[in-house]
Design a protein around this ligand. Structure first.
Ligand code: TRP
Length: 327
């Protein structure tokens, strides 16, 4: 039997290269070796969008379209939307009852988000419980590993603590303690050298056309010391070069480095080469994306919710029994 993994992403609509490099690529690679559950975390999105929730359904569909276009096979993996499996909220309630306030108040991501996200009121009961719901997501499927980026490690640690508490209280190994499966690839910077993010508008979407990719790459920031063609460049501090490291093969990487350090080609030409590589890399995703209709995506999600609920309802029955509830 394959080991089970679980992961989720909040529905932000169309995904970008940062998602592909950071999480999605990993999800695709893992699907043959593990029994995979991949979830659209729409309740988690609602926690910060509740004031003006707009387009949650459309965003979920667009995101799943990118999942499938990027190579996640809905036959091998269970792809579903969190709000369509109500057991997530039930288990979150049970976990919430046994999670000490200090654990969630101390969570570093919680404190950071309160500090950094302005213009939204996140001082709510629901948002404090963000990691409790995440723990329920994972535990509901008894997943033994969770592919995530380092930013999610505090949530995973809390998940393990909550699970230990549950198992300890009821003296039964109901849930395994999940391990993180960290992505090894280096973080991809945005077009402006900040973190690639939807909110900074510095991203290349998986669905961008070749023209859009060319335009965006042409605006990227290169080595600031290289003003003229004759100036020798420093690839290690160049945002464009970091992309060659992620998307180019070894030959292209060493060639580009030599051309930059030797002032053989200029930044404009180098960017043209990068744009071509990205266009090639994304071509299969772009093509598959176009062919996936809304109806197909909805079918995938209907099937996914059904398969997820089969597992989730069994777990919830077990939990209710242990906690002495009526069946
Ligand atoms: N918190 C995760 C993020 O922002 C999304 C998420 C929700 C998740 N539930 C999960 C990730 C369970 C892994 C496992 O990216």
């Amino acid at each position: 039997m394959k080991k089970r993994i679980f992961s989720g992403m909040r529905p932000t609509g169309k995904l970008h290269l940062g998602h592909l490099v950071g999480a999605l690529g990993n999800w695709v690679r893992l699907q043959d070796s593990y029994d995979c559950f991949y979830m659209v975390a729409d309740w988690h999105a609602f926690m910060s969008e509740y004031e003006k929730p707009r387009g949650m359904a459309e965003n979920s569909i667009e995101m799943v379209r990118d999942f499938v276009a990027a190579g996640i096979d809905p036959k091998k993996c269970v792809i579903f939307v969190q709000s369509q499996v109500p057991e997530h909220l039930e288990l979150a309630m049970a976990f919430g009852c046994m999670t000490p306030l200090g654990w969630v108040e101390r969570c570093p991501t919680y404190k950071e988000q309160l500090r950094e996200i302005v213009g939204r009121d996140l001082t709510t009961y629901g948002f404090l419980g963000y990691p409790v719901l995440q723990a329920a997501d994972i535990a509901l499927y008894k997943a033994s590993a969770v592919p995530v980026g380092v930013d999610q490690l505090p949530h995973l640690e809390l998940t393990r603590e909550i699970i230990r508490r549950f198992n300890g209280l009821y003296k039964k190994e109901v849930f395994p303690e999940p391990e993180p499966l960290l992505t090894k690839t280096a973080k991809l910077l945005g077009l402006d050298n900040r973190k690639m993010s939807k909110s900074y508008s510095n991203f290349i979407a998986l669905s961008d056309s070749p023209e859009e990719i060319k335009k965006k790459v042409s605006q990227m920031i290169t080595d600031p010391d290289r003003q003229k063609l004759a100036d020798k460049g420093h690839p290690d501090i160049c945002g464009v070069f970091s992309y060659f490291s992620t998307f180019g093969d070894d030959r292209i990487k060493s060639e580009t480095r030599a051309w930059c350090e030797g002032a053989i080609i200029g930044c404009t030409e180098c960017k043209k080469r990068l744009a071509d590589i990205l266009i090639d890399n994304l071509a299969p995703i772009r093509e598959r994306r176009k062919k996936l209709s809304d109806a197909e995506i909805k079918d995938i999600l209907t099937d996914g919710a059904k398969r997820a609920r089969e597992v989730a309802s069994k777990t919830m029955n077990e939990v209710k029994k242990l906690a002495s509830f009526a069946a």
